[in-house]
Design a protein around this ligand. Structure first.
Ligand SMILES: Cc1cc2nc3c(=O)[nH]c(=O)nc-3n(C[C@H](O)[C@H](O)[C@H](O)COP(=O)(O)O)c2cc1C
Length: 373
C-alpha cells in the first residue's frame, strides 16, 4: 500500500531543499526589506486562493493522534506561530495555516499610520543567521487595518488564531502612551483572538521605558479596565491580553513585570523581542536596531526558563528568538513555553519551515506520550 505520510514528508523535504539551494540565493541578492516585501506579497496572493490554501493545509495536517494545544482559552492546532513584524498590515495572515502555522500575529500596529524609519532599515548577516532591523513600526494605522480586518474572516471563523500586536505611535509622547494604546485597542479588539502590547521594540524612541514599573502599571491597568468594559457589553467577551518583552531586561526587572501582569489579569507573555546587545562578532558591527536570529536564541530561552520558574508554569509563555531548527523549538518548550514563534529562522530556512517544526514537535509529543510538545 502507498504510504501517503512518507510521500508527504518527501514533498516537504524537497521544498525545503529547493528553497535553500535555489530560492534563498536569489532572495539574498535582494536587499532584506525588498525580499521581505516580495515574500509578504506572495503570502497575500496565496491567502486569496482559498482552494490552493486548503490543499496545502491538508499536506501540512498533523497525524490525527496529535492533540491540539490550549492557551489563554484558545485552541491551537500546533505550537508554531508566525511572529509579529512579518505581516505588519494584516494582509497575508489568511495563508498562514497553509504554510503550516498554528497561529499568526500581525502588526505591530499603531494608532496613527506611520512610514517607519528611513531605508535601508533591515540587514541580513548570513554567516550568523541573523538580522538587524530598525523598521520603526511602519504600518497603515489601526483604523485602516481594522477596516481591512472587518472584510476578512473574524474570530471563530478562522483556520487558526490571529493575534494582533499593538505599539505606540512614534509622534505620541510617552506621557500620552496609554491613550494611544487605548485607541488601537478600541479599534482592533473586535478583530483579535488575542492582543499583544508591544513595549519592547528598540526602534521607537523611549518605547522600552514603558517596561518601567510605574509606567507599565498604568498601561496594563488601563488596558485591563478597557477590556473589562468591553466584555460587559452585549455579545462581547474579554480578549486575552499578552505583553511582549525585551531580552535586555534583568531578572529583577522581569520580576517587576510579572507582578504587574498578575495584578492586572494579563493572560500571557511573549519572550522575547529583538536585542540591543551585540554579542560575539556583532561587537564591531555599527548598525543601529534590534538583533534577531541565532545569536539571541540562548538569551531568549534563559528568560523563558526564568519566567516559567518564577510563575510556577502558571503564566502561558510564547517563546520566540533564534529558532532555526526543531531542537531550538523543543528547547523553548522544555524551558516552559506553551507556544513558539518564528521570524528570522524563516528567512534562512524558507516558507515551509513552520510546517517542518510543527511536524517534528508533534512527533516528539507523541514519543513523550502526550506530555508537552
Ligand atoms: C524585520 C523584523 C521586523 C520585526 N518587527 C516586529 C514588530 O513590528 N513587532 C514586534 O513585536 N516584533 C517585531 N520583530 C521581532 C520578532 O517578532 C521576534 O520577536 C524577534 O525577531 C525574535 O525572533 P526571531 O529570532 O525568530 O526573529 C521583528 C523582527 C524582524 C527581524
Amino acid at each position: 500500500m502507498l504510504d501517503f505520510s512518507a510521500a508527504k514528508i518527501k514533498v516537504i523535504n524537497n521544498m525545503d531543499i529547493t528553497y535553500e539551494r535555489f530560492l534563498r540565493p536569489l532572495f539574498f541578492k535582494l536587499d532584506c526589506e525588498h525580499a521581505h516585501d516580495l515574500a509578504a506579497t506572495a503570502m497575500t496572493v496565496l491567502g486569496k486562493m482559498s482552494p490552493v490554501c486548503r490543499v496545502m493545509e491538508r499536506l501540512a495536517r498533523l497525524p490525527a493522534a496529535a492533540r491540539p494545544l490550549e492557551a489563554f482559552g484558545l485552541q491551537f492546532p500546533n505550537a508554531v506561530g508566525l511572529a509579529a513584524g512579518f505581516d505588519k498590515h494584516g494582509t497575508g495572515w489568511p495563508a498562514a495555516a497553509a504554510l503550516g502555522f498554528g497561529h499568526v500575529e500581525i502588526g505591530t500596529i499603531t494608532a496613527l499610520a506611520q512610514p517607519g524609519n528611513p531605508k535601508p532599515r533591515a540587514f541580513r548577516y548570513p554567516a550568523e543567521e541573523a538580522v538587524i532591523n530598525r523598521m520603526g513600526f511602519n504600518n497603515e494605522g489601526a483604523e485602516a487595518i481594522a477596516r481591512r480586518l472587518a472584510r476578512m474572516p473574524g474570530p471563530g471563523k478562522r483556520r487558526i488564531p490571529l493575534g494582533i500586536n499593538i505599539g505606540k505611535s512614534k509622534v505620541t509622547p510617552l506621557d500620552k502612551a496609554v491613550e494611544d494604546y487605548l485607541i488601537s485597542f478600541g479599534l482592533l479588539a473586535d478583530h483579535a483572538d488575542y492582543l499583544v502590547l508591544n513595549v519592547s521594540s528598540p526602534n521607537t524612541p523611549d518605547l522600552r521605558k514603558l517596561q518601567d514599573e510605574q509606567r507599565l502599571s498604568e498601561l496594563l491597568a488601563a488596558l485591563d479596565s478597557a477590556n473589562r468594559d468591553r466584555a460587559s457589553k452585549p455579545g462581547k467577551t474579554r480578549v486575552p491580553l499578552l505583553l511582549k518583552i525585551a531580552p535586555d531586561l534583568t531578572f529583577p526587572q522581569i520580576d517587576a513585570v510579572l507582578e504587574q501582569l498578575t495584578a492586572n489579569h494579563f493572560d500571557g507573555i511573549i519572550a522575547t523581542n529583538t536585542t540591543l546587545a551585540r554579542p560575539g562578532p556583532f561587537a564591531i558591527i555599527d548598525q543601529a536596531g534590534g538583533l534577531s536570529g541565532k545569536p539571541i536564541r540562548q538569551k531568549s530561552t534563559d528568560i523563558i526558563r526564568y519566567i516559567a520558574r518564577a510563575t510556577n508554569g502558571k503564566l502561558p509563555i510564547i517563546g520566540v528568538g533564534g529558532i532555526h531548527s526543531s531542537s531550538d523549538a523543543a528547547e523553548k518548550l522544555d524551558a516552559g513555553a506553551t507556544l513558539v514563534q518564528i521570524y528570522t529562522g524563516m528567512i534562512y530556512r524558507g516558507p515551509f519551515f513552520a510546517r517542518e517544526l510543527a511536524r517534528n514537535l508533534s512527533a516528539r509529543q507523541m514519543r513523550m506520550g502526550g506530555r508537552g510538545w
